[in-house]
Design a protein around this ligand. Structure first.
Ligand SMILES: NC(=O)c1ccc[n+]([C@@H]2O[C@H](COP(=O)([O-])OP(=O)(O)OC[C@H]3O[C@@H](n4cnc5c(N)ncnc54)[C@H](O)[C@@H]3O)[C@@H](O)[C@H]2O)c1
Length: 369
């Protein structure tokens, strides 16, 4: 259902997602009505969203001035069970119970972490997401995947638990650093590449640098995510389509977390993963050569190529072997057959993953001129 451009709504796994400039007004009204029974409200934010987004939220939704605040350290390196423990402890000290409400105000790190903390404390409390990054508005904040990393392996511990609502106010993007806008843009390109060729063409016509307002693109991308989640809320089948670029992407992300002082963002890693998986799509499922090159070229126009030398390839392949999406020791990928059409559950030989990484090291030279 769409109300108006000021407040559009989508359904995701039986809960509402609201999007548009009027969203914080809607939230204020729902706290008075829908969530009235919730005695205590806890806002989880990270240091940056506490600085840039929390004051706006408190001004627009005055009722939240009485909420307890839990502020965690920002960044993927803090998406850990240790940070979760800090949250659980604070919830306990401040008297949270099953009838309390948690509000996650932040990017994907806060929604993954806060959603996990909420879903496990007292065997599960209600929570809502207020995403503040492009990534969280179109992907991470939607669909109920919550969790933490373990020993730098991505999202190894977690559970499916859907938020009671998602409130997307694009105004929060004003303070988001460009690098994280880009990170979300990678997922937006991916959503288009797997499910919507017209949206893909629109993105190509309107490059990021020229985009002034994001509301329509966010709506479009969130709609793709909601449709896929609604078709398979627990990822037993078709939801795996969303994983295009993510198996090798997670390997890049884990590798970078281990080795780099300033690690790749999730989106940057997924962008590099899509390059390799586009190549594998071409080799395994006849992804047409010109479309493959168009996809790779557009990634490399927006993202710096993450340089690896060939000695890194063994470790990257090793990480893909431990990916939690694998089955019976086989690496399973989602591949694209053509732009807008993806296919999941493709068993891929490690030799081909290795080959794609070798090719990756010199794609820039071959494709972007
Ligand atoms: N659960 C899912 O379905 C899903 C899907 C995709 C990604 N993810 C996860 O999401 C995470 C990445 O999310 P992300 O890209 O949002 O990163 P993030 O949460 O780390 O946020 C990026 C940075 O921007 C800061 N920030 C956030 N909003 C801001 C704002 N409005 N103004 C200024 N600074 C702001 C944050 O403090 C952080 O430093 C990864 O852990 C990834 O695994 C989860």
């Amino acid at each position: 259902m769409i109300l108006s451009k000021k407040l559009r709504t989508l359904d995701v796994a039986g809960s509402p997602l609201y999007l548009g400039p009027e969203v914080l007004v809607e939230l204020a009204s729902q706290l008075e009505t829908v969530f009235k029974g919730k005695q205590n409200i806890f806002i989880i934010a990270d240091k940056n969203t506490a600085q840039h987004c929390l004051p706006i939220l408190l001004e627009q939704v005055p009722l939240l001035n009485r909420a307890y605040q839990i502020i965690v350290k920002p960044g993927e390196e803090n998406k850990t069970i240790q940070t979760c423990e800090v949250i659980w402890n604070q919830l306990a000290v401040m008297g949270a119970n099953r009838y309390s409400l948690i509000i996650n105000l932040g990017g994907g790190v806060v929604s993954d972490l806060g959603g996990f903390a909420a879903s496990t404390f007292h065997r599960g409390m209600a929570y809502i997401n207020i995403p503040t990054t492009l990534m969280a508005m179109i992907d991470a904040g939607i669909g109920g995947k919550t969790g933490v990393d373990l020993a730098s392996l991505k999202n190894l511990v977690g559970l499916f638990s859907h938020p009671a609502g998602v409130f997307v106010w694009p105004g929060f993007l004003k303070t988001l650093p460009h690098r994280y806008m880009l990170s979300g843009y990678a997922e937006m390109m991916k959503h288009a590449a797997i499910a919507d060729v017209d949206f893909w063409k629109k993105l190509l016509k309107m490059p990021m640098a020229l985009t002034k307002t994001w509301d329509d693109q966010i709506y479009h991308a969130a709609l793709i995510k909601c449709k896929i989640v609604n078709g398979d809320p627990m990822e037993t089948g078709s939801r795996r389509l969303l994983n295009f670029g993510h198996t090798i992407g997670h390997a890049f992300e884990t590798y970078s977390l281990r080795h780099d002082e300033s690690p790749l963002s999730h989106g940057e890693a997924v962008a590099m993963g899509m390059i390799c998986e586009a190549y594998i799509s071409y080799r395994m499922v006849d992804f047409p050569h010109p479309q493959r090159d168009e996809l790779i070229k557009n990634i490399l126009l927006n993202f710096d190529h993450y340089n690896i030398d060939t000695s890194a390839i063994d470790e990257l392949v090793e990480i893909t072997i431990y990916d939690k999406k694998n089955q019976n020791g086989n690496v399973m990928l989602t591949l694209v057959k053509e732009i807008g059409k993806a296919i999941d559950g493709q068993q891929c030989e490690t030799a081909l993953i290795r080959e794609s990484l070798f090719r990756y090291t010199d794609f820039r030279r071959h494709i972007v001129r």
